[in-house]
Design a protein around this ligand. Structure first.
Ligand code: NAP
Length: 295
């Protein structure tokens, strides 16, 4: 058997097109487009690439972009002041502070300073708590993108056994909350989990968010499972450019699974699409409008 390759790029393009349609309707109604402010501190190459992609997607959606690139030596006080200013800026509906931040800045304090209604990453404790209690919130983009792919693939998730590997606040924990919300039976595994292969073998749905290249082997996968690979790992190659792989050994897993996301081209594009979606939703809620339909 060879698994269906879940095309995150195509799914993300469809979401971004739908967002762009809503953006022009919003702009006509409110006299301004939704606005997204990105904040990059320092020159971490991967972070710079991610922020550039987010800024480009913002422009392509017809939204207003406010890009702030700060030097690596920026003080915590200066960054908190910028966030406070963006909270007060009426043109800004979403604020994204790219993580990780330099060592002199406490990321938790920065996240807690972002106005929850503008927290389009969904990392503020207010949004995390609302997600956990089943209230409307802004949901972290990567797990939200994973959920979208799973529902498109499987329809209902009710009663399915889901295993999430990873318990970060950014991916693993919100992913588990979303799956519970869909009535899956959820196990969260992490570095202290005993006999991880046996745990994974129970999974109808596997979400791997670990950061260890090809850790999940083909013989861990339950036949017919749906596999969502969040991991982004760079393996060295002879030409020095490196090769991106996920947390799952794709070729092995594809022999056993029913469907699987590739890396790249799976979860990654969905993260950016959901960021655009969250900014649009934040703009609607801030303007007192109901959430845009179909997103
Ligand atoms: P993280 O904060 O480093 O969390 C990794 C999790 O994996 C932790 O909970 C850790 O357990 C667990 N873990 C580590 N080694 C393990 C092992 N041997 N067995 C089982 N569990 C293990 O990472 P993250 O931010 O969640 O990101 C995870 C991966 O997703 C990374 O590769 C990252 O680059 C990628 N990512 C991709 C996107 C995207 O858009 N596609 C977005 C975000 C992240 P403990 O809690 O016990 O330490």
């Amino acid at each position: 058997m060879s698994a269906r390759r879940i095309d995150g790029k195509a799914a993300a393009a469809a979401i971004r097109e739908a967002v762009a349609g809503h953006v022009s309707a919003f702009a006509q109604r409110l006299g301004r487009p939704p606005g997204l402010a990105t904040v990059l501190v320092g020159e971490d190459p991967a972070s710079a690439v991610y922020v550039r992609m987010k800024n480009r997607a913002t422009a392509e959606a017809g939204m207003a972009g406010f890009a702030h690139n700060l030097p690596a030596a920026t003080s915590e006080a200066d960054l908190l002041q910028l966030v406070t200013d963006l909270n007060a800026d009426e043109r800004v509906d979403g604020i994204l502070v790219q993580l990780p931040l330099p060592a002199q800045i406490d990321a938790t304090r920065v996240i807690e300073t972002i106005e929850p209604g503008k927290d389009i990453d969904g990392f503020h404790p207010m949004n995390a708590g609302r997600l956990a209690t089943g209230l409307p919130s802004l949901v972290p983009c990567t797990p939200f993108g994973c959920l979208h792919l799973l529902k498109a693939e499987l329809g209902t998730l009710a009663g399915l056994d889901a295993v999430v590997i990873g318990r970060s606040n950014i991916v693993g924990k919100p992913m588990a909350q979303l799956l519970i919300g869909e009535s899956a039976t959820v196990t969260v595994a992490h570095s202290k989990t005993r006999d991880l292969p046996a745990v994974v073998r129970r999974a109808d749905i596997l979400v791997a968010a670990v950061g260890r290249a090809e850790m999940v082997r083909g013989d861990w996968i339950k036949p017919g499972a749906t596999v969502i690979d969040v991991g982004i790992n760079r393996l060295p190659t002879a030409d020095g450019k490196g090769r991106l792989v996920g947390d799952v050994a794709y070729d092995e897993a594809a022999e056993v699974a029913a469907a699987i996301t590739p890396v790249p081209g799976g979860v990654g594009p969905m993260t950016i699409a959901m960021l655009m979606r969250n900014t649009l939703v934040a703009a609607h809620r801030r303007a007192g409008l109901t959430d845009p339909e179909g997103l």
